[in-house]
Design a protein. Structure first.
Length: 284
């Protein structure tokens, strides 16, 4: 964790020196992802003195990062934390904990139970953690709260590698995440900033591919790995990429395609209540 904290400071200071206002790190960036029974050992509260350098640095540049967050009753959460001006601006506790295939999060983490928007530098902002984005409910909840920026931090492993150099397809997980982020950006009319980790951990490859997508679904900027083609070497190592985001682009997209204006939240609530009643009123 000490080395990871040093890395956070170094990369954030580099970003601040280059004029960035916000620096985003991946899911569980302070600890690594494949923790299992180490979760209680690396869990921290936000009052932990080891976080003091990040709080100090957030007076120069906003920081979004991932950590194992310990609650007052000693539950442990896979959390995304946003620091600004030396204070905690927002905490999102991962709602959907994947427990299938190589993923085993429900055995070690408590699940979050809320999705909230907050204001950062004049932007209505929301944060999600990896699997959250794959469930329609969480980006939808941010959408109806009118966010202009969705930040999704991720520890997405590389899967679906094709060795055929003649194929037009590349890394399957990279393609899937790109399609998902573009779709969420377009239906919500907001920016989507996706930050994924890189490198290897316990033999698992994390492909990077961090990117920012505009409210119309187009790509603003993409790091190495966002588009990997078959036969090319897989990207390695950390990379800092920069994107300019502009609230006027959100306004322009929502005027052209007023999906948020026309969204019928009351209709959705009624139908969800009906579905829930039907599911819970059966004989078994």
């Amino acid at each position: 964790m000490e080395a990871n904290l040093d890395l956070h400071r170094d990369l954030a200071e580099q970003a601040a020196a280059d004029g960035a206002g916000l620096c985003i790190f991946p899911e569980l960036s302070l600890t690594g992802y494949l923790l299992k029974d180490l979760v209680p050992e690396v869990s921290m509260t936000l009052q932990d003195p080891r976080l003091a350098p990040l709080f100090d640095l957030s007076r120069r540049i906003d920081l979004a990062f991932g950590m194992v967050l310990q609650s007052e009753d000693f539950r442990h959460y896979n959390a995304a934390v946003y620091l600004s001006g030396g204070e905690v601006a927002h905490v999102h506790r991962k709602v959907y904990l994947p427990t299938y295939g190589m993923f085993d999060e429900q055995r070690y983490f408590a699940a979050g139970d809320r999705v909230r928007a907050f204001v950062s530098d004049g932007f209505a902002t929301g944060m999600l953690v990896c699997e959250d984005l794959w469930h329609l409910s969480t980006p939808y909840l941010l959408f109806v709260q009118g966010v202009s920026l969705m930040v999704c931090i991720s520890a997405g492993p590389g899967r679906g590698v094709l060795a055929d150099p003649e194929s037009e397809r590349g890394l399957g997980s990279a393609e899937s995440w790109g399609d998902l982020c573009r779709t969420v950006a377009q239906f919500s009319g907001s920016y989507v900033a996706y930050c994924n980790r890189t490198g290897y951990e316990d033999g698992v490859y994390f492909w990077g591919g961090s990117a920012v997508y505009a409210p119309d679904g187009s790509t603003v900027v993409a790091a190495e790995g966002a588009e990997v083609t078959a036969g090319e070497p897989l990207p390695q190592g950390n990379q800092v990429v920069f994107a300019d985001i502009d609230a006027r682009e959100v306004e322009r997209q929502r005027q052209m395609t007023p999906l948020l204006r026309d969204e019928k939240v009351d209709f959705t609530l009624r139908e969800l209540e009906r579905v829930w009643d039907e599911r819970t009123s059966g004989p078994y």
